[in-house]
Design a protein around this ligand. Structure first.
Ligand code: PAF
Length: 312
């Protein structure tokens, strides 16, 4: 496995086989590893990028406290069969002050958009740079960040980028909690309360698969489960189309039901995807790990204060 720091050097090492890219901000957990394994199964060359992108942080302190451990990430990447870890400097990614911003405003206006101004522009800009600079055939993104995924798919189409965007299911703890490096900041009690998000979503998925198409009713169902849980402060429960992140009254196209809630010091997000076809509705509920995640670890700096959804 090679560690590279420039896009030119990375491209130079490609052979003839299809190249799969897994973009990350490092500090890997099992969700990232599942993306690496999917890329390994489908591509001849697998590149993982590790870059903590300053453009997508709303608060300087969040960026400063973002956990980093490149050495551990490199080990995990090696174990997952990655060929190259592309770990660029800020200068490689942004050699000049940024004058070109990629923005997909209509898809960023709801859900996460209002609480994280500028976040999706920063994310879309760096993802576009990675796709343009590394020129992968396929790029892998988790469905946990459903709105991010929708924006990336849309920018790839709108900008005619030749990379296929490959969505992968959300990875969950055995009890259903979606994997997030922020989970370690909850107490054992808060961790139990946080299960309201996945429980509510699974109830909504059951209802949808049983034929319920009323989006308001599904939103209300998961909202009520969250609101009834001690210590959970729900922020939104919304159904949106995958293509436009637009509200719908009835599930009739591929869509997702996404939620955000505060639990103690953390803001959590989660969702289920609905594929709607002539045969009915199939929910992608994510994949539970067989054993509890072991890849989280708490670094003392980021253990203080609030922990926002900037961490996947
Ligand atoms: O999901 C993430 O880790 C980041 O938003 C991404 C896609 C690597 C862009 O910085």
């Amino acid at each position: 496995m090679r560690i590279t720091s420039t896009m030119a050097e990375t491209r130079h090492l490609y052979g003839d086989a299809p190249v799969g890219l897994v973009p990350t901000m490092g500090f890997l957990h099992e969700g990232h590893v599942a993306l690496l394994e999917a890329a390994r199964a489908e591509c001849g060359t697998v590149v993982m990028s590790v870059f903590v992108n300053p453009l997508q942080f709303n608060e300087v302190s969040d960026l400063e406290h973002y956990p980093r451990n490149l050495e551990r990430d490199v080990e995990l990447a090696r174990d997952a069969g990655v060929d190259m870890v592309f770990a660029p400097s800020g200068e490689e990614m942004y050699p000049l002050p940024v004058a070109t911003v990629v923005s997909v405003p209509s898809l960023a206006v709801r859900m996460e958009g209002p609480s994280r101004p500028g976040h999706f522009d920063g994310m879309a800009t760096v993802v576009t740079k990675l796709l343009a600079g590394l020129q992968p055939d396929r790029a892998y993104f988790g469905r946990k960040d459903a709105q991010q995924l929708a924006i990336v798919r849309r920018l790839a189409v709108d900008l005619s980028l030749p990379t296929a965007i490959v969505p992968r299911p959300t990875m969950r703890e055995p009890d259903g909690l979606a994997l997030s490096s922020r989970n370690v900041f909850m107490t054992a009690e808060q961790r139990v309360s946080a299960l309201a998000l996945s429980h509510g979503l699974m109830e909504a998925a059951d209802a949808a698969e049983a034929g319920e198409r009323d989006a308001r009713l599904l939103e209300r169902l998961v909202w009520d489960v969250m609101a009834a849980a001690e210590g959970v402060d729900p922020e939104y429960a919304e159904v949106a189309t995958v293509r436009d992140v637009a509200a719908v009254d009835e599930l009739s196209a591929d869509s997702f039901l996404a939620v955000a809630a505060r639990v103690g010091p953390v803001r959590l997000i989660d969702n289920v995807h609905f594929e709607v076809d002539a045969g009915g509705i199939v929910a992608d509920r994510g994949i539970p790990l067989e054993r509890p995640s072991v890849l989280y670890s708490q670094d003392p700096q980021s253990a203080e204060g609030e922990h926002d959804a900037a961490r996947s």
